[in-house]
Design a binder for this molecule. Structure first.
Ligand SMILES: Cc1ncc(COP(=O)(O)O)c(C=O)c1O
Length: 366
């Protein structure tokens, strides 16, 4: 039997091959490979898609660099604390540490897997300068988190909406990733920062170029966080398809949730109130310590699967210096032991989805 992959960026590009090839040729002939008109055009088009002013989107080199630039734009640095979730990809807390600030973790809501408002409130101190909620797996996280500036980590969530608005456009700053497996993926690394204020967008634009707006003076230190023209051209080719892809992700997710509703021993992904997820991943919670057994069963049947995340960040060796012990964030720790992602991507199709459903059902039938 042909395996069912967890995701397949190659398949999603097949129908776009001739459009992508013309985009490559356009960049080749332009002779401009970093920033330039291709990136500026992508920024304007993404701004329109995100329903924000044209000058508020800044293309950058990755979602990780987007987070660093966003923190620097808010003057977060040594001595500051930033509250975030321990149940996320390492880049979220790494960015905080890279600007010299201290990540302070708050536990998640076990139902939605996103930051818990009460836990955030309890983690805030006089040194807290920002909060970074993560729209995990494409599910909108709560953003009404008090008076502090919010940086949305929307790396996994382009296409999600909450309260009728696109995520990543609601907080002071929003950070997107265009890593190839994300709902909008480049053919390499890429990212974007969306700023609610024009002055913050200008600051991020300066930071991505070593702190220089005009290459005459370096007003502050930033980095080389520029987006390549080739990636911008790829993203411009794919952006008009994103609405359809997100709709397809939603209907695949609905079909899974319907198919698994009656299985004892798993909990289905829960969506917060007034939220439309982007469904970057479909993640099951497996009870009774059987998650890894299910993973082996799926591996044996050729069904793609992955564990996000096997270790919450407070227990990662890289964050040992923060001094957290096991037990500090029980909901995040339990999620790390129980969650498993199964295939969900545009083009998965009913037949392959039926094979995934059958493999999961067969496991629970025993
Ligand atoms: C939640 C989250 N934040 C940040 C990032 C970093 O994005 P990138 O890989 O583009 O640097 C990722 C990427 O996987 C992510 O999932």
């Amino acid at each position: 039997m042909v395996p069912v992959p967890l995701f397949s960026p190659r398949e999603s590009h097949a129908p776009l091959e001739s459009e992508l090839t013309s985009a490559f040729c356009r960049v080749l002939q332009s002779g401009r490979f970093v920033l330039g008109e291709e990136v500026a055009a992508f920024e304007r088009e993404l701004a329109a898609w995100l329903e924000v002013d044209a000058d508020r989107v800044v293309g950058v080199s990755s979602g990780s660099d987007a987070l660093v630039a966003a923190l620097l734009a808010l003057d977060v640095g040594p001595g500051a604390e930033v509250v975030t979730t321990p149940f996320t990809f390492v880049a979220t807390a790494e960015a905080i540490a890279r600007v010299g600030a201290r990540p302070v973790f708050a536990d998640i809501d076990p139902r939605t897997l996103n930051l818990d408002r009460t836990a955030v409130a309890a983690a805030v101190t006089s040194r807290t300068r920002a909060v970074i909620p993560v729209h995990l797996f494409g599910h909108p996280a709560p953003l009404d988190l008090g008076e502090l500036p919010v940086i949305e980590d929307a790396a996994q969530a382009i296409g999600a909406r909450t309260g009728g608005r696109p995520v990543g456009t609601i907080g002071e700053l929003g950070c997107f990733s265009f890593f190839p497996t994300k709902p909008l993926g480049a053919l390499g690394d890429g990212g974007a920062v969306v700023a609610r204020r024009g002055d913050l967008a200008d600051r991020v634009r300066r930071l991505r170029q070593h702190g220089s707006a005009d290459r005459r003076a370096h007003l502050e230190l930033g980095g080389n966080w520029r987006l390549d023209a080739l990636q911008a051209a790829v993203l411009r080719t794919k952006l008009p398809h994103l609405t359809g892809w997100v709709a397809e992700r939603r209907s695949l997710a609905a079909a899974y949730s319907h198919a698994f509703a009656a299985i004892d021993g798993v909990a289905l992904p829960a969506t917060g109130a007034d939220s439309e997820p982007a469904w970057a991943h479909y993640v099951l919670r497996v009870h009774d310590g059987k998650r890894d057994e299910l993973a082996r069963h799926l591996d044996a049947g050729g069904i793609g699967n992955a564990v996000y995340y096997r270790r919450p960040l407070h227990l990662e060796p890289a964050f040992a210096h923060l001094g957290y012990a096991r037990g500090a964030f029980p909901h995040a720790e339990r999620a790390a032991d129980e969650l498993i992602a199964i295939p969900l991507f545009p083009g998965l199709g009913a037949d392959r989805q039926a094979r995934v459903v059958e493999a999961v059902r067969a496991f629970f039938r025993g």
